[in-house]
Write a protein that binds this ligand. Structure first.
Ligand code: TNX
Length: 560
């Protein structure tokens, strides 16, 4: 943890040194930078500036600078060229390898705006911050007399957490590569650096696996989908639904994300949430089926059978290809909501339980320990291939093997327990960070959602270290929000659910609690909403007391 300490020490030092002369202030940037010192009253004119960069930068960094120059060209209606070789004035990008990987500084004086960073992420984050200081015209909005001048200021910025995640469920509803890229764009704009891609579930298998072609041939399609909340009796729409990513498309997304400084963390949810796979390969279940890709939501009793060796052969075969496609150190193996009713009756599972000597005790059933066995075996397989596992907090039930990372979703308690017991944890508690919940308290005005209100203010109030003892805080790797898509089927609906709550998320991930202030944040969100308008993203205006989206009832709405 030397690394994290040094970042904090460096920040405090920077703040302390400069605070003597200039107080730390706020600035209209989300997430709020760590150190903002207004150094004078003079102004720098972006409209007249050249753009130049250190020749030592890598291609990716240079690409970001070139994109920035292109945006300026479009907005200023003149050629702005990113020139190699640092100039003395104008907008200048300097490489300094002593900076931390995601850190950057912006130093604005009357004749120059100097960005310094060590990596492409640092360069990109600096540009994102600068863009929020520029007039709306930068984002393509027609403005009569945009003010392109910026006040003299020194900004020093770095993230609080290394893992800053955003999740997307593409199993319940499928979203194509273009939508995923647009999602990644808005994540990068918020300096979010992990994309948790929920690729498999009961309602559809969305990733091509060459060794098991039926996963997508059969498992990516469902015959129909439940109509809104008509479960009892089940009423479905009678319309086949499906979709999946080819391996080529997966590579395209991983590559696109990498250029934005985002690591894609794939999730293969096991041993529960597996009906789509069982439909394709019924021999992997306890009863042998037949199974049917689920048309409805909820927790299914049919799960993978850990009593059979071929189940593990299957898991390993799938993970071999997943590892080829995703360079991420972490692979998410799910582990949530796995009912044990079938394992209790299954002779193969009971045989396995007997062989392993698993026994029900005061805390857990033998079947719960059997899930531990699955987790540990898959963990070992991935560890042997140089990877680490993340699992939903259910993996804590029983004996979790060292080195696993726990994703806390049933509140913060899983994360607290994990950290206290020496496991790394990522905080994504339901009440605060489930973006499939209502945007406002006025549910009748909102598109139908899976659960209760989770307003942006509520999201903003979350603090990752709450109830974590000081010596265990190092185990909190970061914070993530999740978008489950049972009731989210279209692109406008998808962005409506995540924006602007993603702004609040970014401050939970990036800012130390001292830099958080809801009133300041709320004022800054106003600017972000104008940017979303300009870039074609839908969003909630509940921050202004305007719930819902006029004329938009949610694509699945058949009556509220
Ligand atoms: C619980 S969060 C689930 C998902 C649902 C979600 C709906 C988690 C690990 N499992 O399967 O989509 O609730 O909010």
């Amino acid at each position: 943890m030397k690394f994290r300490f040094s970042i904090i020490a460096m920040g405090i030092l920077a703040a302390a040194c400069s605070q003597k002369e200039y107080p730390n202030e706020t600035i209209g940037i989300i997430p709020q930078p760590q150190v903002v010192n207004y150094t004078g009253e003079g102004r720098f004119n972006v409209a007249e500036a050249t753009v130049s960069y250190d020749a030592k930068f890598d291609d990716l960094s240079i690409g970001h600078v070139a994109d920035f120059a292109r945006m300026l060209s479009g907005a200023l209606k003149k050629d702005v060229i990113a020139e190699e070789g640092l100039q003395k004035t104008g907008i200048r990008f300097i490489l300094d390898r002593k900076y931390q990987p995601e850190q950057y500084t912006i130093d604005i004086k009357t004749d120059k705006l100097t960005v310094t960073a060590a990596t492409a992420s640092g360069v990109l984050y600096a540009i994102n911050s600068i863009s929020q200081l520029l007039p709306d015209a930068y984002f393509g909005v027609e403005q009569e007399a945009p003010d392109w001048t910026l006040r003299e200021v020194f900004i020093n910025d770095w993230p609080r957490f290394a893992y800053r995640g955003m999740h997307l469920d593409v199993a319940r509803h499928f979203f194509g590569v273009d939508v995923v890229k647009k999602y990644l764009d808005v994540m990068a704009f918020h300096k979010i650096n992990r994309f948790h891609w929920h690729l498999t579930d009961d309602q559809g298998w969305r990733i091509e696996i060459k060794k098991y072609p039926r996963l997508t041939e059969v498992g990516s399609m469902r015959d129909e989908t439940v109509i809104l909340k008509r479960f009892d009796p089940l009423v479905c729409d009678g319309t086949p639904y499906g979709g999946y990513y080819t391996q080529e498309q997966i590579r395209e997304v991983v590559d696109y994300a990498e250029k934005l400084g985002i690591t894609v963390v794939p999730e293969i949810d096991l041993p529960g949430h597996m009906i789509a796979a069982l439909t394709a390969y019924p021999e992997l279940g306890c009863t042998g089926g037949p199974y049917k890709v689920w048309p409805r939501w909820g927790v299914a009793n049919e799960v993978l059978c850990p009593g059979k060796e071929k189940t593990f052969e299957f898991i390993e075969g799938v993970l071999d290809e997943v590892m080829q496609l995703f360079p991420s150190e972490y692979i998410h193996i799910g582990g949530d909501e796995c009912p044990k009713v079938e394992w209790e009756k299954c002779p193969d599972c009971q045989k396995r339980i007997a062989e392993l000597g698993l026994k029900t005790d005061d805390n857990h059933t033998a079947e719960q320990y059997l899930q531990n066995y699955v987790t540990a075996r898959v963990q070992k397989y991935l560890n042997d291939h140089g990877r680490k596992i993340i699992g939903w907090d259910e993996i804590l039930e029983g004996n979790l093997a060292e080195g696993a990372t726990v994703m806390s979703w049933r509140g913060a308690k899983g994360g607290i327990e994990a950290a206290k017991n020496g496991f790394d944890a990522i905080m994504t508690p339901g009440g605060y960070l489930y973006f499939d919940y209502y945007q406002s308290e006025d549910e009748a005005k909102e598109p139908f959602a899976i659960c209760c209100p989770c307003t942006i203010e509520k999201t903003y109030s979350f603090e990752a270290y709450d109830q974590i003892p000081e010596d265990a805080q190092k185990h909190i790797l970061g914070v993530q929000a999740n978008l489950w898509t049972e009731y989210v089927a279209t692109e406008p609906h998808l962005f409506y659910m995540v924006l602007p709550r993603m702004d609040a998320l970014s401050e939970l991930q990036w800012c130390y609690p001292e830099r958080k202030d809801y009133e300041r944040f709320k004022a800054d969100v106003g600017r972000m909403l104008r940017i979303y308008d300009a870039l074609g993203y839908t969003y909630s205006r509940n921050i202004y007391g305007e719930p819902g989206l006029p004329g938009f009832d949610g694509p699945l709405g058949d009556a509220k």
